[in-house]
Unconditional design. Structure first.
Length: 179
C-alpha cells in the first residue's frame, strides 16, 4: 500500500514537494528505515540522497553492500518543517504505509532515534540498544529489528560509526546467506 499522491493524513502534507517512497530492491527482505526526508529527498522524491545518504552510501560501499540490494525508506514519507523530528502522531498516521513496505522483511534496521521510537516505542539512548536483535511484530508478522545509529550521528561520533558499520556488515552477511 502506497500513500496516494495527494495524501493528507497528517500535517506534513502541507510542506512537502514530493512524497518520498522507498528505493532499492523492494523484495530484498532487508530494510533500512531512517527518520524522515530532508530537503534533498523532498526535492528529488528519493530517500537518503542528501548528506546522510552520502555517508550511508560510502559506509555501505566500504562494507560491500550495494544500496540497490536492500529497501531504503523512512518512518514518514513527507519532509517535516525545518527538518524537525516527526511527531508520534505523524509517524502513527504514516505507519500503515511503512508496515506495507516492511511486510515481506525478515530484518528491519532502524537508523536512529525516530525509527526506534516508531517501531519499538523506545525513547532511551541509542548506545543501550544499538545492534541488539529484537523481535518485533510489524504488520502482524514477527520480524527481527536491529536498532542502530543514524548516518548523521556518524559525522562526529566514533561510536556511531562503529555501530552503523557493524549493522551494515550484518545486513550484508544476511543477504549473502540468503536466509
Ligand atoms: S507523512 Fe505519510 S501520512 Fe503524512 S501526509 Fe505524508 S504520506 Fe501522508
Amino acid at each position: 500500500m502506497r500513500p496516494p499522491t495527494d495524501c493528507m493524513l497528517c500535517p506534513l502534507c502541507s510542506g512537502r514537494t514530493n512524497i518520498v517512497l522507498p528505493s532499492g530492491d523492494l523484495s530484498s527482505g532487508i530494510a533500512f528505515v531512517g527518520e524522515a526526508p530532508g530537503e534533498s529527498e523532498d526535492l528529488q522524491g528519493r530517500p537518503f540522497v542528501g548528506r546522510s545518504g552520502k555517508i550511508l552510501d560510502k559506509m555501505m560501499a566500504e562494507e560491500g553492500l550495494d544500496r540497490s540490494r536492500v529497501i531504503i525508506t523512512n518512518t514518514v514519507k513527507c519532509r517535516p518543517p525545518k527538518n524537525r523530528d516527526p511527531t508520534k502522531e505523524e509517524m502513527a498516521a504514516c505507519r500503515k504505509f511503512l508496515d506495507s513496505e516492511l511486510s515481506q522483511c525478515r530484518i528491519v534496521i532502524g537508523l536512529g532515534k525516530s525509527a526506534c521510537r516508531d517501531i519499538l516505542g523506545y525513547e532511551g539512548r541509542m548506545g543501550e540498544i544499538a545492534n541488539k536483535r529484537i523481535s518485533v511484530v510489524i504488520g502482524g508478522k514477527e520480524t527481527v529489528f536491529i536498532p542502530t545509529y543514524h548516518p548523521a550521528a556518524c559525522i562526529y561520533s566514533k561510536e556511531a560509526r562503529a555501530g552503523l558499520r557493524e549493522t551494515i556488515r550484518a545486513a550484508r552477511e544476511e543477504l549473502e546467506a540468503g536466509h
